[in-house]
Design a protein around this ligand. Structure first.
Ligand SMILES: *Cc1c(COP(=O)(O)O)cnc(C)c1O
Length: 490
């Protein structure tokens, strides 16, 4: 009764595998919602999923297909032109095909004997990425699950290095010394919330994070950083790390990395560059210059499940000096015995927070190979151009207010109600919700200068100017409809 449940050397199983993969792809192709979302709320979805997950006996293939169709048709279509909310990308076809291979091979990156060629591919790709970022030959890195994990790793290694260097203290062995409460991490007001999350998880506490003021373009102000550093120094606090953001999530702003690098060096602080979003500019001939200074980072993170159009997860953490990985290293006899190190057998568990881990490097490699350098650059540049186009249209639309010049591929703006008396925060929040509930568009929201704002995150390089104009028109007409609905009720 166990035959045919696995990919085995028999021809029947191989045929069945190919058929199943093709049928699954077909369900995706025929059931993705158009418009981008079914509009169902969580209670309605919960009603759809009234099920005993494990049936007594196997379901028919029709029943299984129906399950998959329910899931696909109630997902957000990430490839739809009106899905512009988050740094949440439509995945490349090449990467989807590579995912089939990654899953089927099921290599696990923790030890060489579970992932021989995968280990070599990942190692080489990491070193290649380090070189692209301008890091020296001492550098190394690892694939991670995302920018959050990369930020966490950066703060972890920065913390351990600081404790070792200043107090000859091993956090790995002894936990935190009492003086650790004096450590401070500096990042901008609009840096990612996972800086605090990391500090809290690392026993430093969110109070250890000092938020530094930004300029009118939402870039960290070096003068403000210098002042913060001086104030903390005067209070007996110690600068553990400075986090520069290359591409903030809401504004796409890139902190002035060279200036922050000098300040970090003078203060003896670790410089981490959170390039989860803006790291893509490394591959843009036109915008690469915005990342000037990234080569001085002690560590950096780049997400490939954002502007590189990879299926989740795909992300890298790069480290200037591979020696700093030592603080997270532990040996397990069954995976990475010390004898392997002497023999030069690479077991990547030593450089990761995880043990079992996917071979995500493959899909990135296949995607790079499929696109080529020029096309990848053109796709990245196109998202920047789309954001600029939408900013121009928003500026020229009387009912809309542009809140910041786009710097990468995000645009933040507001709908302005016709009467000053109405609560415009409420209208903007309602507008986004209404588009989602009607399934017409999935747009972003955030707060800018403490006001409710709408956001586009342009992730789809195939979107045209006309489609963007249409989406903006839709937003205006929904705003007007909400206002007139309120009038009628009033
Ligand atoms: C997206 C993002 C993160 C978090 O990355 P995940 O991949 O979602 O974990 C961190 N920093 C910045 C600037 C981001 O844009």
């Amino acid at each position: 009764m166990f035959e045919s449940e696995f990919l085995t050397p028999t021809q029947e199983d191989k045929d069945r595998y190919q058929r199943l993969v093709s049928e699954a792809a077909q369900i995706v192709c025929t059931s993705l919602p158009e418009p981008p979302y079914s509009g169902k709320n969580s209670a309605t979805l919960a009603d759809l999923i009234r099920t005993d997950f494990l049936p007594d006996a196997a379901s028919t293939s029709e029943q299984i297909a129906a399950t998959l169709r329910t899931v696909v048709s109630n997902s957000v279509a990430v490839n739809h032109r009106n899905t512009v909310a988050h740094l949440h990308c439509p995945p490349l076809l090449a990467a989807l095909a590579a995912e089939v291979v990654i899953s089927a091979l099921n290599q696990s990156m923790d030890s060489f004997d579970q992932a021989p060629i995968a280990t070599v591919v990942e190692q080489k790709m990491i070193r290649w990425l380090c070189a692209r970022a301008g890091l020296p030959a001492t550098s190394d890195g690892t694939f991670t699950t995302g920018g959050s994990q990369s930020n966490y790793m950066a703060m972890l290694l920065a913390r351990d290095t600081f404790l070792q260097r200043h107090w000859n203290w091993s956090a790995q062995k002894s936990g935190l010394p009492p003086e650790a409460r004096r450590l401070r991490i500096f990042c901008s007001e609009v840096a990612h919330f996972t800086v605090e999350k990391s500090a809290s998880q690392l026993g430093l506490g969110t109070d250890a994070v000092v938020r530094v003021a930004v300029d009118e373009n939402f870039r960290m102000s070096p003068a403000a950083l210098q002042e913060s550093l001086q104030t903390s120094h005067a209070a007996g606090l110690l600068p553990l790390a400075i986090v520069a953001t290359a591409g903030t999530t809401d504004f796409g702003s890139v902190d002035p990395i060279p200036e922050l690098a000098s300040l970090a060096q003078a203060a003896g602080a670790w410089l981490h560059v959170d390039a989860a979003y803006g790291g893509a500019l490394l591959f843009s001939a036109q915008h690469r210059v915005k990342l000037k200074g990234i080569e001085s980072a002690d560590s950096l993170g780049i997400d490939f499940h954002k502007l590189f159009w990879q299926p989740i997860p795909c992300s890298a953490f790069l480290l200037r000096n591979s020696r700093h990985f030592d603080s997270i290293k532990l040996n397990a006899d069954y995976l990475n015995p010390e004898a392997h190190e002497e023999e030069g057998i690479p077991n990547l568990v030593t450089t990761s927070l995880l043990t079992t881990r996917r071979f995500d490097a493959l899909k990135l490699w296949i995607s790079f190979q499929t696109l080529g350098r020029d096309k990848l650059a053109a796709m990245i540049d196109r998202t920047v151009e789309l954001a600029r186009h939408s900013a121009r249209v928003i500026r020229d639309t009387p009912r809309l207010e542009l809140l910041s010049e786009p710097q990468l591929s995000t645009v933040v703006f507001r709908y302005m109600p016709s009467q000053a008396a109405v609560d415009s925060d409420q209208i903007n929040a309602a507008l986004r919700q209404r588009l989602f509930d009607r399934g017409l568009a999935v747009i972003g929201h955030t707060r800018v200068h403490n006001r409710q704002a709408l956001k586009f995150t342009c992730m789809n390089p195939t979107m045209t100017e006309d489609q963007m104009d249409e989406l903006i028109g839709l937003i205006v007409s929904e705003g007007v409809a909400i206002e007139s609905g309120r009038e009628r009720r009033a």
